[in-house]
Write a protein that binds this ligand. Sequence first.
Ligand code: TRP
Length: 455
Amino acid sequence: MQENREHWGNKLGFILAAAGSAVGLGNIWKFPYITGQNGGAAFIIIYLICILVVGLPVLIAEILLGRHSQRSPVSTFRLYAQKHKTLWIAVGWMFFATGLIILAYYNVVAGWSLGYILESLTGKIASLTSASDAAEHFRGLITTPAWILFWQFVFVSAGGLIVYFGVKNGIERIARLLMPLFFIILLFLVVWGISLEGSDKGLRFLLKPDWSTVNFKTVLIALGHAFFTLSVGMGVLLTYGSYLNKHDNIFFSGVMITLLDTVIALLAGLAIFTSVFAMGFDPAEGPGLVFHVLPAVFSSMPQGGLFSLLFFSLLSIAALTSTISILEMLVSTLMDETKFSRHHIVIGISLVIFLLGVPAALSFGEWSHITVLKLNMFDIMDYVSANILLPLGGLLVALFVGWYMTKKGVLNELFQGYGTDLSKQRAGSIWYFLVKFVAPVLIFLVFLSAIGVLR
Ligand code: TRP
């Protein structure tokens, strides 16, 4: 199976694809609204700490695990788990299940974004002058099953088509094409946002911490989001790492991916909050922020229609390069575990994902009455996967690399393609310490606080 495993064309291709995975709805849709709801700058500081001491180390651990095994998650655990093999294989399948859940509801939001490109093109967005108009329009759309299901279907198909062509010709090629385009659009939007009159209020919101709203729950949300935004905790980067060559530098790539993801989240926050504040809208609006606050913001500024078109293109690109990474993990798992071909698996699994997404898609209209603990299907899928399954997955990866594998084997793998001079050895030791002790303890504490044991 390993002899004919595909590999990335080159290192840059891998970094762009992995950064494309990391940069997604999480950065542009979720990060701004949870920042808005959790106190702005204070939340950002906690989030950055989570990224640095937990997210980055576990991200490197995941990539390392995949590069070492050259296999998908389930097969990797089967190969390396000496004790409790069945349990670890089950962990691999838990990753698979997490991927199914995230992908299912993620495609729904991605579909909205695609639909909003058309809404921008037809001039509809530019005509929504008040926030309540824009909100009502959004409500109207997301309670129309035909509209949501259509765009969801288009999006699932687009992702499927790319993954159908494989790692080098599908994923890598699209990342090379779209990531630079993404960056250009983003920079343009940031400059535009800052140049608006009154944008300084948005800057202050992003830079001046208000600690009064911070509690354990804030930290849980920040940690969960650190995993979500970096694509860590369910074997996606493990899978991408499994297509790396032995001479590639995992440490450097991990730092680059994390840096790109963080900078892009902050830039997106900058573009969004400067315009939201400049136009006098509410930053704590929640999940609807980019779909009903921004359209109203757009229509009240000069050339808003163009801004809107660019923004939703940006969001769709970000979402696409992320969905294909999750899909690739699912496909790769089934390719390693069954005898089916990539093509058959892609078609089958895309269909399953579309169907699983239907309850999430209908959560806002037809099926909004189906709730557990006041959460609709969409919210449950989001909450369970992002706040429980991902941190749990991250914890298990850290434990596996830190405690199940030998330190020598792990560090050898890290230093391959990285080098072994003294400063690198030191960086390696710090990383190992973070993965073995710091990350597991922190994740565990946050879990305890979440279930109310710590107060
Ligand atoms: N990181 C992406 C985002 O911020 C979402 C994502 C892609 C993801 N692949 C993942 C999340 C794997 C968790 C695990 O939108």
